[in-house]
Design a protein around this ligand. Structure first.
Ligand SMILES: Nc1nc2c(ncn2[C@@H]2O[C@H](COP(=O)(O)OP(=O)(O)OP(=O)(O)O)[C@@H](O)[C@H]2O)c(=O)[nH]1
Length: 369
């Protein structure tokens, strides 16, 4: 990691949740900077008192820095994101009230910032917290305005303060109501996103998995083979080659006829489980149709593949199937190595011919193409 990136991670954190909170913090800092510049211009123009403005600016700067530290290391001190958001808002509102008191004729404009702070809160705090903040701000600003008009009626005419307070209270209450609506909308969107993700997963499973055996279905297997052709156009890795085998359960019609279709289904399920238990993680077994299965063995020589199929045959011979008494299940297999650059369709065609020969030769055997 470069030193610059390490510094960025240290300041900004690699955790996306924390990163988002720090983004909000950075956005509030931009607002603070804008307000500080305005305040300096006000001092320059003789609208605000220089000492009072310096005190507000210092208070805001120290507060912003403290909040950065609290957000960055908040997890260690056990502060929750919404608690941090509310504390930040309370701090900003105190700054806003103070700025109001020293901004002379521009004070009504400062109130705009107060509304902006509450709107910011809507994104991070709960609707109840936003409502409490709005009510608290109305009470706090009401008290400030009352105190200012009582102590300096010439600078803060009572009627002007009262009307300004009315506008502020209306705006804050409307914002709090809006926050509730936005929260509902966000909850609905979250639920819809979760439902959509679940629906997509269901569709994906239905499109790729065989319902009876839970094996990969024929459609998905075609995709797997295409991916394999793209990844290894010349055959298998490590010079071992790649094998395909077509497997077909022997005398399956007899099972259906004698024991019933439900037992036939149970045989297919048990066969799939037993067969899958004999494979490596990279091997893919698909239900190719009816009682026929296609096995892809990437990076396997024909000898390796035969060993796998023999191990599989042993498991299948001894697997218990509910409702089948003592009848032993077997399968025949046609095995083919995929030649370099050969399309899988051709290798599967050769495996199919080998399977036919295995059936002809008496079943329960593996024939190499
Ligand atoms: N229970 C059940 N039977 C199925 C399913 N799909 C196909 N079959 C049956 O599988 C049987 C396949 O029979 P055949 O093609 O004659 O093959 P077989 O009896 O296994 O004979 P060989 O392959 O020559 O050993 C048919 O009776 C199909 O109805 C299924 O999903 N469930």
């Amino acid at each position: 990691m470069s030193p610059l990136r390490r510094l960025a991670v240290l300041l900004y954190s690699a955790d996306p949740g924390l990163g988002r909170m720090l983004q909000y913090w950075a956005a509030t800092c931009v607002l603070y900077v804008v307000c500080i510049v305005q305040m300096l211009v006000q001092v320059e123009q003789g609208i605000s008192d220089g000492q009072a403005a310096t005190a507000v600016i210092a208070f805001a700067a120290v507060g912003a820095l403290s909040f950065y530290l609290m957000i960055r290391f908040g997890a260690r001190i056990g502060l929750k994101p919404d608690q941090l958001a509310v504390s930040q808002a309370v701090f900003s509102l105190v700054c806003g009230g103070w700025a109001y008191a020293i901004s002379g004729p521009l004070r009504a404009a400062v109130l705009l910032m107060t509304v902006v702070i509450i709107v910011f809160c809507m994104f991070a705090a709960r609707p109840r917290q936003t409502l409490m903040l709005s009510v608290g701000t109305i009470a706090g600003m009401g008290a400030t305005m009352w105190w200012l008009q009582a102590h300096d009626p010439a600078g803060f005419p009572p009627m002007t303060e009262l009307l300004t307070f009315g506008y502020l209270a209306g705006a804050l209450l409307a914002t709090a109501v809006l926050s509730g609506e936005m929260h509902k909308l966000r909850s609905r969107l979250k639920r819809q996103r979760r439902e959509l993700t679940e629906a997509l997963e269901t569709i994906r499973v239905l499109a790729t998995v065989d319902e009876l055996t839970s094996l990969v279905n024929r459609r998905r297997m075609h995709e797997v083979l295409e991916e394999q052709e793209r990844r290894q156009p010349s055959g298998g890795q490590h010079g071992k080659g790649c094998c395909v085998a077509l497997l077909d359960i022997d005398f399956f019609k007899q099972v259906n006829d004698r024991y019933g279709h439900a037992t036939g289904d149970a045989v297919l399920r048990c066969f799939s489980q037993a067969a899958r238990a004999s494979l490596r993680a990279e091997d893919v077994l698909a239900r190719w149709g009816g009682e026929e299965f296609l096995l892809l063995l990437p990076d396997a020589s024909p000898e390796d593949a035969r060993t796998v199929l023999e191990r599989m045959a042993e498991r299948v011979h001894t697997m218990p199937v509910p409702g089948l008494d003592d009848r032993c299940i077997s399968f025949s297999a046609g095995l083919a190595t995929r030649h370099a650059g050969e399309p899988f369709a051709e290798a599967i065609g050769r495996a199919d011919k080998a399977l036919y020969r295995a059936k002809e030769a008496g079943r329960d055997r593996i024939v190499l193409a």
